[in-house]
Write a protein that binds this ligand. Structure first.
Ligand code: FAD
Length: 401
């Protein structure tokens, strides 16, 4: 095999490139990215980079020398437009045509846009890339009013940074609690309290109906009511970039469908990261939006491309930083899980374990790294632990593993 092409120069793309070379792949390697930047980490965008505590140079996942040393040709600012599976070529937006023997799709996701009146007004922001933060940051002036639409991770992380900068923050959420899609009710209650203690105002059951303003946004319309604001941040989820796969006739289902070897319905085309739906640890299929998944699945994809396939069934994990608190999550929680509280939320150090049929299935830990680390091990081992022991702080968490 002589030519590998990677579409998408992000977390998964660069990991696959690194693994391919580390595993001895010696052929041509090209990575195509439609952003102008070499691969960078996104988590700091809504945290330290937005707050100004991290300089842009620190975002990049590899030094420039990496691409020369690994002979990875980077084609940036160029989109892959079409895959021709019969001739095994990828057509690029600059007119070039790249032949491949094996192809990796690592196209990630894009923000879900709100199809509302006024959504295109200046002062209405979304957050996915470096440029989004660079245009948002100058709005972080003490006393300004920020309306955040969506109380998911990104909305809450931006709310935390803005509140710390002295802005008046209102978070609008259609559900009746924060992080409703991913966190337990106990966690939601804790984070809501935490944000309120920093002056953040919440409006639940509130769906934005439109943005009002002349040259730029001045207010949001919600349930017939007008909520004035100086700017708005919309964080209502993402959409997987799978059109290029769909148009090539690959199976897609809430993302590019791959098996446990990161292989698509075409044995020469692989996919990794946010853009995939894949067999989940613990059963079923899942599409994950996390650094862990991008890295681990890309490693498995690279191995599979080299004929060394090993099944990808890692315990998913994720984190979020808000104020001085770190939330760490392992496993995939379900609303039907039995939840067990360990520690005291009032002390700002606690965790919620999720049991499914007695088996530890997920853990959410706030400033409780040992609970998270041991929790991950328990999940991987499909351990059965009595709820009373999990809840009992006199039982050292390490002794549970
Ligand atoms: P990406 O990093 O999105 O890379 C995909 C790249 O492919 C993009 O540059 C895209 O423009 C490009 N592309 C798409 N289509 C084409 C095409 N046709 N041609 C060429 N290029 C194309 N995860 C965590 O685990 N913890 C966190 O705290 C966390 N915080 C986050 C905060 C923010 C603000 C954001 C946006 C994400 C956060 N994430 C977090 C998620 C994490 O960043 C993603 O899961 C990860 O970046 C996924 O990597 P990826 O390579 O699949 O996709």
């Amino acid at each position: 095999m002589q030519r590998i092409v990677i579409i998408g120069a992000g977390q998964a793309g660069v990991q696959a490139a690194a693994t391919l070379r580390a595993e001895g792949y010696d052929g041509a390697l090209t990575m195509v990215g439609d952003e102008i930047y070499p691969p960078y980490q996104r988590p700091p965008l809504s945290k330290a980079y937005l707050s100004g505590d991290l300089v842009r140079e620190r975002l990049f996942l590899k030094p420039d020398s990496f691409y020369a040393e690994t002979r990875c040709e980077l084609r940036l600012g160029v989109a892959a437009w079409r895959i021709d599976r019969s001739s095994k070529t990828v057509l690029l937006s600059d007119g070039a045509s790249l032949p491949y023997d094996r192809l990796l799709l690592a196209t990630g996701t894009r923000v879900r846009k709100l199809p509302l009146p006024g959504a295109e007004l200046a002062g209405v922001y979304y957050l996915r890339g470096i440029d989004d933060v660079d245009s948002l940051r100058p709005e972080l002036n003490a006393g300004s009013r920020l309306a955040v639409v969506g109380a998911g991770y990104i909305g809450l992380e931006v709310a935390a940074v803005a509140a710390k900068h002295g802005l008046q923050v209102t978070v609008l959420e259609a559900a009746n609690r924060v992080m409703a899609r991913s966190a337990s009710p106990q966690m939601s209650a804790f984070w809501e309290r935490e944000h309120r203690s920093h002056g953040v105002v919440f409006r639940f059951g509130a769906s934005a109906e439109g943005f009002l303003g002349g040259d730029r946004v001045e207010a949001l319309r919600i349930g017939g009511e007008i909520v004035p604001t100086d700017f708005a941040l919309v964080g209502v989820g993402v959409v997987p970039n799978c059109e290029i796969a769909q148009e090539a006739g690959l199976t897609c289902d809430n993302g590019i469908a791959v098996d446990e070897y990161a292989t698509t319905s075409d044995p020469d085309i692989f996919a990794a990261g946010d853009c995939t739906s894949h067999p989940a640890f613990g059963g079923g299929r899942v599409r994950l939006e996390s650094v862990q998944n991008a890295i681990d699945q890309a490693k498995h994809a690279a191995l599979a491309m080299l004929g060394k396939a090993t099944a990808y069934f890692e315990v998913p994990w994720f984190w979020s930083d808000q104020y001085d608190l770190k939330l760490q999550i392992a496993g995939l929680a379900r609303p039907t899980d039995l939840t067990v509280l360990r520690g005291t939320p009032e002390n700002r150090k606690f965790s919620v374990f999720h049991l499914r049929d007695g088996v530890v299935a997920a853990v959410e830990a706030v400033n409780a790294a040992p609970d998270y680390i041991i929790g991950r091990k328990l999940i991987a081992a499909r351990a059965i632990i009595a709820p009373e022991r999990l809840a009992d702080l006199s039982v050292p968490v390490k002794s549970l593993a």
